[in-house]
Design a protein around this ligand. Structure first.
Ligand code: ADP
Ligand code: MG
Length: 664
């Protein structure tokens, strides 16, 4: 059970069945149809006979009857059945109907004595996800015991008023029926309650964080005249960009700490919004910190933001894990003295040594890779600084409501002018030659090409995979395109080599960049016009969309080629969505439908508790209901400090694995 994450009775009772077997249907023998799985109530018409069919195969067989007919029942390698089943006794058998139309049989059915039946037959039975050494039966019995002994002691942490207003059943009832449903209606009510409870708790936690922050004073930054900044740019901002900047500037002048999410598809120009906000903070005499998920991205942001902001007299710094202690010390010193106005970095920004003289704005890029706690660690380095979160991952609304429930949102729904949709092709090996020719042709025209192989991922350490990325690169560089300049970058490379490869590619000194998904997010090389993805089936659609977003950023017509070996209908159908639309939100919705929210929620990267029962694709209505309820509770008791809400507060702290203090 420990392997399943079950350590306490609370864990056990909260370990919900993954499915149910409906063993309520009982039939007369004459009504049975071949292939169905049912219960029958029948008497053993004879004593079971044991025979050894061959070595290693024992068979117990007997005939059972009811008023309507007879059936042959057999058990393989369960010779104890011979003595367990008594002639003349009535049993409930549950199993699959087999045999012929003339004589039905049932092999290895579950059975219970009819007079005492009800535990394993004649009811809806839970099916748990198990691990080696644990059987359904022992799991079921353990849960049964736990509920019998401790069920009445279960705390109900939903406030009374919430239970009433939303017509929910009691916690005791819900836990009983989610494991051992009396019937499908009770199961439905139990599920409703538990889904509600789960979503409500997260919603309440998010709102609690929000009201904690809203109770704090934010640094007031007067809204500057942004034209001073805009005038230095080579292009005009889109209206969506301006709107987002205005939203943020208004937040930062409001006297409350800003908490805003900028959500925009790849290529919508979020970096510029970040730049404008940093400039705003600097204008008010304050420092900003900008945290990116990878070194490559941090450096790229550093380059583009220093290009934009240094001419305006701002001092921009960079801090990454791969810098020498001496370099880091130097940055620390300049941060605490206030010499650096904007620091861009990776997780290194969270280190102990990082102290600011006057931090007023924290920006995180691609936020779902950072946990709630990490965001908190960075903001603690300032005095309730403003927070701006940028996400390029179009997250379906359902998920956004949960993951970003504590943030205000600006949506960038407009692309910079002149963007052409990336033409997308799904091909198999038969097209290899043609695609290779196409690569040569595009490079001949001065364009650059990404080739993605799905091997070495960040955080993965399989030496075989490592080899395959490098081998793949070797064959491309030496045999397939000996005349082209090919570079390689993957997550497991030393940072120096990574940088060198990226620099070669972005400066145009390499024609082809062979890469793993380290380029998935953020990388901006406008001259790249072709994205090739090997084994595209292995990627999620949203991930493919991010990859495709690496091209089509410049003036050139751009293409995306997805190599797919899989013949399977569904994987083909899945990739077809990529061909049909360039809209990241549609793609993300499809992804959620096909793959479920596991990708977002399984990893726990965002610091939210795992969803144990709610399904974000189908429980949208409950989510709304839960959010409304949380709104009402938090409106009445913004810090959840009343007695009625004590259990709820405990549960939030438990779920988020942090003490209540930290939520503030
Ligand atoms: P993302 O939203 O994916 O982070 P970026 O900020 O990297 O997008 O911007 C993508 C590209 O578009 C960059 O090369 C950037 O310079 C350019 N860009 C941003 N805003 C505009 C605009 N208003 N007009 C033209 N190009 C823009
Ligand atoms: Mg970006």
């Amino acid at each position: 059970m420990n392997k399943l994450g079950i350590r306490t009775v609370r864990d056990l009772i909260g370990y919900f069945p993954r499915a149910y077997e409906d063993r309520t249907a009982a039939k007369n023998i004459e009504d049975l149809t071949l292939g169905e799985t049912v219960c029958i109530r029948a008497m053993a018409a004879e004593s079971p006979k044991l025979s050894h069919i061959r070595s290693g195969l024992d068979l117990v067989k007997f005939r059972a009857v009811d008023e309507t007919g007879s059936i042959d029942i057999t058990y393989f390698n369960q010779s104890y059945i011979k003595d367990a089943i008594k002639q003349g006794e009535e049993y409930i058998f549950y199993g699959k109907v087999d045999g012929t139309l003339l004589q039905h049989t049932m092999a290895n059915p579950l059975y219970e004595l009819a007079s005492t039946a009800g535990a394993a037959t004649g009811r809806i039975v839970p099916v748990y996800s198990l691990t080696a050494g644990l059987s359904q039966k022992s799991m079921m019995n353990t849960v049964r015991n736990a509920l019998d002994k401790y069920g009445d002691a279960l705390p109900d942490y939903l406030p009374e008023s919430v239970i009433e207003q939303n017509n929910l059943c009691s916690a005791r009832n819900a836990y009983e029926n989610i494991h051992f449903p009396l019937d499908s209606i009770c199961l439905g009510m139990a599920r409703q309650r538990l889904v509600f409870e789960e979503l409500f708790t997260i919603a309440a936690a998010m709102k609690l964080m929000r009201s904690n922050r809203a109770s704090k004073a934010g640094r007031i930054l007067d809204i500057p005249d942004f034209n001073e900044f805009y005038d230095t740019l080579e292009f005009n901002l889109t209206n969506a960009q301006k709107r987002a900047i205005d939203d943020a500037a208004r937040d930062m002048s409001s006297g409350r700490p800003m908490n805003r999410l900028i959500q925009g598809d790849v290529g919508s120009g979020k970096t510029l919004i970040a730049a404008a906000c940093c400039w705003d903070a600097w204008y008010g005499g304050c420092q900003s910190a900008f945290m990116a998920p990878t070194e490559i991205l941090a450096k790229q942001h550093y380059n583009s933001l220093s290009d934009l902001l240094e001419p305006l007299d701002m001092h921009v710094g960079l801090l990454t894990g791969s810098m020498t202690p001496k370099q880091k010390q130097d940055v620390y010193q300049k941060l605490s003295s206030g010499e650096i106005d904007l620091i861009i970095g990776t997780h290194a920004l969270l280190s102990e040594g990082v102290r600011f003289s006057n931090l007023a704005l924290v920006i995180t890029d691609e936020q779902h890779r950072f946990g709630v706690q990490q965001r908190a660690t960075l903001t603690e380095k300032g005095d309730s600084p403003h927070v701006l979160v940028m996400s390029a991952t179009p997250i379906p609304r359902t998920l956004a409501l949960i993951i970003y429930g504590d943030l205000d949102v600006s949506v960038i729904d407009e692309m910079p002018p002149g963007r052409k949709p990336v033409e997308t092709f799904i091909v198999d090996e038969r097209y290899r030659r043609r695609i290779n020719d196409f690569i040569e042709k595009l490079v001949g025209e001065g364009r650059q090409v990404f080739i993605i192989c799905p091997m070495v991922e960040e955080g993965e350490t399989s030496p075989d995979d490592l080899k395959s990325a490098e081998e793949y690169y070797d064959s491309l560089a030496n045999y397939v395109f000996p005349n082209l300049r090919v570079a390689l970058v993957h997550g497991k490379m030393p940072t120096k080599e990574k940088d060198a490869a990226m620099a070669l590619f972005s400066s145009g000194q390499a024609d082809i960049l062979v890469a793993t998904t380290v380029v998935e997010i953020g990388v901006d090389v406008p001259n790249a016009a072709l994205m090739i993805v090997e084994n595209a089936d292995r990627f999620g659609l949203s991930q493919l969309h991010q990859l495709r977003g690496r091209v089509g950023r410049g003036r050139h017509a751009s293409y995306c080629v997805l190599f797919s070996g899989a013949a399977g209908e569904t994987s083909r159908e899945r990739l077809e969505i990529m061909r049909k639309t360039n809209d990241g939100f549609i793609i993300a919705e499809e992804d959620l439908k096909i793959r479920g929210p596991g990708d977002f929620f399984g990893s726990r990267q965002h610091g939210l508790p795992e969803l144990r029962i709610a399904n974000l694709a189908s429980d949208m209505a409950v989510l709304r209901q839960a959010q409304d309820a949380a709104d009402r509770v938090l409106a009445a008791d913004p810090l959840l400090s009343s007695d009625e809400n004590r259990n709820l507060m405990d549960q939030i702290a438990h779920l988020f694995e942090i003490n209540a203090e930290k939520l503030n």
